[in-house]
Design a protein around this ligand. Structure first.
Ligand SMILES: [Zn+2]
Length: 443
């Protein structure tokens, strides 16, 4: 896009435009577009180089009755002092972040755009034409939320495609081990239990498709169970050419779990299985891309390490500490573990003209410090999951209609149906291979 051309979905703000990229409960993400060669005032001249390759991450304003939250400065200190050391101080594992000071005019501009996106959302629910067709419609649950105040916010590394060959993918690895509150008779992991509950309890017509048990991808598959066998690597052999069967690089992560390599029949089934799991976890990607992404991330030790951390801080052996925590006296390990269960994993990869896929980089993001005020809510969620029988797949079927309730293809369930015990022991991890750069297309 020519820099003088007004991009769709943005409004001019002095000599820069803001384009809405996305939002969560606590933050909004914006791309900043500068008018070429505008120079601008001192503020703009300072901001321009800071924004190169970064997105604005602007905190939402607190509404009445909401939880307090941490400032951008608090979040950066938490990352530097607590998160980074837990990963051997390897910065390359995380999207880069830096503080940026925002004036009121930027905040006002964002809030104007959010107001117009709210109006779009209202019109779309009434089947009316969008009043601001150049802007997206907002997700219903975020309507009414605004950003602010002016002051310190964050710039976060832009992982979006940087060229026509590049692609982007994002997943939330979530709870990579079982919840400390889950009963020993659990058939489902925390993720699969929550997804089933959300989908079943939502009224007809408002079922969240991402929680649909028939399509839900169990995140435990990212670290456990049969994965892609070395001879079935999808692509990437260092020179960007598609790898043929038997041409894999052989550095498959075994994760300390038995890999099934029995008869041809069971191997074929494992093959089909891991591809199906990959497509569920990387929903929204092309199936071939999802196989590639699933295979790729299992070549590195990052997610096994993330699971070990979640386990050590607040895993199945930490039930007492979980229930004893309170808003006033929270277990700090629990707070950190909840941060690690709520992070995102971004992938940048490229599709070469002849079809080969190549991983360029992957990074964790959204490692936000959690407020202790959330402890009672976490305990409530667990209480509902346990008392409702959601972990055990015993939930009432009335809300889901007649017939057998469909359960997700949870890793825990398959392990138990095969007559084995789920294994929550630490996975052997080589800290030098959290991200094995030799297999990436990094410069
Ligand atoms: Zn599961």
């Amino acid at each position: 896009m020519h820099p003088h051309q007004k991009p769709p979905g943005t409004l001019r703000l002095g000599d820069k435009w803001l384009k809405f990229v996305g939002e969560g409960a606590a933050n909004t993400i914006w791309a900043v577009h500068f008018v070429e060669d505008s120079g601008g005032d001192t503020f703009t001249r300072d901001l321009r180089p800071l924004c190169q390759g970064y997105l604005l991450r602007i905190l939402k304003a607190l509404s009445d009755g909401s939880d307090s939250h941490f400032t951008a400065k608090d979040q950066l200190a938490f990352f530097e002092n607590t998160v980074l050391p837990a990963f051997g101080n390897q910065r390359s594992l995380f999207v880069d972040q830096k503080l940026v000071h925002l004036r009121q005019d930027v905040i006002d501009e964002c809030n104007l755009l959010l107001t117009q996106m709210d109006e779009n959302q209202k019109a779309s629910t009434q089947d009316q034409p969008l009043p601001h067709p150049h802007l997206p419609s907002r997700t219903r649950k975020f309507v009414g939320t605004r950003v602010g105040p002016a002051g310190w916010h964050m710039l976060t590394e832009d992982m979006r495609p940087r060229g026509p060959l590049e692609r982007f993918a994002e997943i939330k690895p979530k709870w990579l081990a079982q919840s400390p509150a889950a009963p020993s008779t659990a058939l489902l992991c925390r993720n699969c239990a929550v997804a089933t509950q959300r989908f079943t309890e939502a009224p007809e017509g408002q079922k969240p498709s991402k929680s649909d048990p028939a399509k839900y991808g169990c995140p435990l598959r990212l670290v456990a169970g049969p994965g892609p066998a070395p001879e079935n690597h999808i692509t990437h052999n260092g020179n960007g050419l598609p790898a043929q069967n038997g041409n894999g690089n052989g550095n498959h992560v075994s994760n300390g779990h038995a890999e099934k390599n029995g008869t041809n029949g069971s191997k074929k089934k494992d093959d089909d299985d891991w591809k199906a799991h990959a497509e569920r976890i990387f929903r929204g990607q092309d199936p071939r891309d999802s196989h590639f992404l699933f295979w790729s991330i299992r070549q590195h030790h990052l997610l096994p390490h993330l699971r070990n951390l979640q386990n050590r801080l607040a895993g199945p052996g930490c039930a007492d500490a979980f229930w004893a925590s309170s808003r006033d006296d929270p277990d700090p390990d629990l707070l950190l573990s909840m941060t690690l269960r709520d992070c995102s994993l971004f992938f940048r990869y490229e599709a070469r003209p002849h079809g080969a896929l190549r991983m360029l980089d992957f990074k964790l993001a959204d490692l936000d410090r959690k407020v202790a005020a959330k402890v009672p809510r976490w305990q409530d969620t667990e209480r509902q999951l346990v008392e409702g029988g959601w972990y055990e797949g015993k939930q009432k079927q009335a809300q889901a209609g007649s017939g057998e309730m469909f359960l997700p293809r949870c890793y825990l369930r398959e392990v138990q149906e095969a007559g084995s015990e789920p294994d929550f022991d630490a996975i052997p991890v080589d800290m030098t291979k959290l991200k094995d750069v030799s297999s990436l297309g990094l410069p």
